[in-house]
Design a protein around this ligand. Structure first.
Ligand code: GDP
Ligand code: ZN
Length: 458
């Protein structure tokens, strides 16, 4: 394919201090060479080498920044095009000036995600891998990162391709049967179709089972801390945020009306809702009203209910238990450093089978147990396996659900003995839906929309 040469600031992940201008395309090397001064010109150096030099202003020759330039010739590059990366030393101001200078040579500013889009269009990666790159950029914990990396490496793609292959084989088989009805006993075809369709359905279900965990790893487990005034909600929030380190305080490109904070608990990202309410007013219920707080609680995936070890259970406490009826929750009985007044047996009863943890936040006791409880709840006894094919992207999940629907239609049609070419329609549709995950059958507008979600410079 033919593309023009593009450039953007592309800062290395996790290393905010180093700023890189990345240039990709046929003219990348010649363009940068016009403004680069080093021991050799870039035209005479070998691929996959790094060079020390200066970027200078076109015309005046004035030095803009001291740089390291990496030169990567097609096709062994991320975009499969020639790539020049200019590592700037002088921070953000000079990286912008370097970019301006590159653009003055006639190179175009890249759109968000355009490098990755090229990698996709040039056949270097498939669509689900490209989406993995988006997730990688946004990954909030190491585990989320692993899921994203798995996706970039094509774990989901491989699975999906395998399933599509199986479907294709059945379609081929049906074609033969339609063209030469006498060639194959109808019953054999039916059995084979049923077997393959069952297999595909089972595999789709397996992938979908990881969806919830995948989604949580990607987006965070929405969590709310509730409890009467003074039981220790703010203290809990602080020890979660401080001990386990807040990872992300704002997500670029999203606006939300509740303030959120992320904490990483043994690889599970908790997205703490309405922490502002807890911080500012000392009592979320008082500030936003019972109805609204009930709503906040209902929206949460996990409730941390805090009780006071040194006081008897009150009517309000019991009401809070009613509000969280049927929800995933951890009951935290705090202030074990003061004499016990609470009836722990009663608490356990009200908790039903949900975990009860005792803590003394002032003495830093019980945080480990709390972490353990959160991790156990999340992984539900599953091994935190690195080789599971997690699916975490909502577009993939939606497509897998649809594909599961159409393959179920096929199975049902087989049960009802409808003509085989009718069954084939459902199977073909399933094959198409799976293809959309890896970008085989997606429309151009969808591709544009997906890539526009990227950060600039990726
Ligand atoms: P909130 O109103 O539920 O947010 O409660 P805070 O976190 O603001 O805590 C209320 C008071 O209880 C503060 O003075 C805290 O220092 C104190 N506190 C919090 N945790 C503990 C604990 O484990 N033991 C004791 N003795 N006091 C605590
Ligand atoms: Zn508080």
């Amino acid at each position: 394919m033919e593309f023009d040469t593009i450039a953007a600031i592309s800062t290395a992940m996790g290393e905010g201090a180093i700023a890189i201008v990345r240039v990709s395309g046929d003219d990348a090397i010649a363009a940068v060479d016009k403004i680069y001064k080093g021991r050799k010109t870039l035209l005479e150096v070998e691929s996959h080498t790094i060079h020390y030099g200066y970027i200078t202003e076109k015309g005046t020759g004035q030095v803009i920044d001291e740089v390291m330039v990496s030169l990567l010739k097609a096709p062994r590059t991320f975009t499969r095009e020639d790539i020049v990366e200019i590592n700037c030393h002088g921070g953000l101001v000079s990286v912008n000036r370097v970019l301006q200078e590159v653009l003055r040579t006639g190179v175009r500013l890249a759109e968000p995600g355009e490098f990755t889009k090229r990698a996709f269009l040039n056949g270097r990666i498939d669509l689900s891998q490209a989406e993995g790159v988006i997730d990688l950029i946004r990954a909030k914990t190491d585990k989320a990162m692993n899921v994203a990396i798995g996706q970039v490496e094509g774990r989901l793609s491989k699975k999906v391709q395998k399933l599509r292959q199986a479907l294709l084989e059945t379609v081929a088989h049906v074609e033969v049967n339609i063209d030469y009805p006498e060639y194959d006993a109808e019953e054999m075809t039916n059995n084979l179709l049923r077997e393959k369709a069952q297999y595909v359905k089972g595999e789709i279900e397996k992938i979908l089972n990881t969806a919830q965990q995948g989604k949580i790893l990607r987006e965070g487990l929405s969590t709310v801390i509730i409890g009467r005034p003074n039981v220790g909600k703010s203290s809990l929030l602080n020890s979660l945020v401080h001990e386990m380190k807040a990872i992300v305080t704002d997500i670029p490109g999203t606006t939300r009306d509740v303030i959120e904070e992320y904490v990483n608990v043994r690889g599970v990202p908790l997205r703490l809702l309405d922490t502002a309410g807890i911080r500012e007013t000392e009592d979320i219920v008082e500030k936003i009203g019972v109805e609204r707080s009930r709503k906040v609680v209902k929206e949460a995936e996990l409730v941390l209910l805090v009780l006071n070890y040194g006081e008897q259970l009150s009517v309000e406490d019991e009401n809070l238990f009613k509000i969280i009826e049927g929800m995933d929750a951890i009951i935290i009985v705090n202030k074990t450093d003061i004499p016990q007044k609470i009836d722990l047996e009663k608490v356990k009863q009200l908790a039903k089978s949900r975990p009860v943890v005792t803590t003394s936040l002032v003495e830093d006791q019980g945080i480990d147990d709390l972490e353990e409880a959160i991790a156990t709840l999340f992984f539900q006894g599953n091994i935190e396996s690195g080789d599971l094919t997690y699916v975490s992207n909502s577009r993939h999940i939606a497509l897998l659900h649809q594909a599961k629907g159409t393959i179920e239609d096929a199975l049902q049609a087989l049960e009802m003995d409808v003509p085989i070419d009718m069954v084939q329609i459902d199977i073909t549709r399933t094959w198409e839906l799976l293809g959309e995950i890896i970008g085989d059958t997606v429309s151009e507008s969808l591709i544009d929309q997906l890539f526009s979600q990227f950060c600039l410079g990726k």
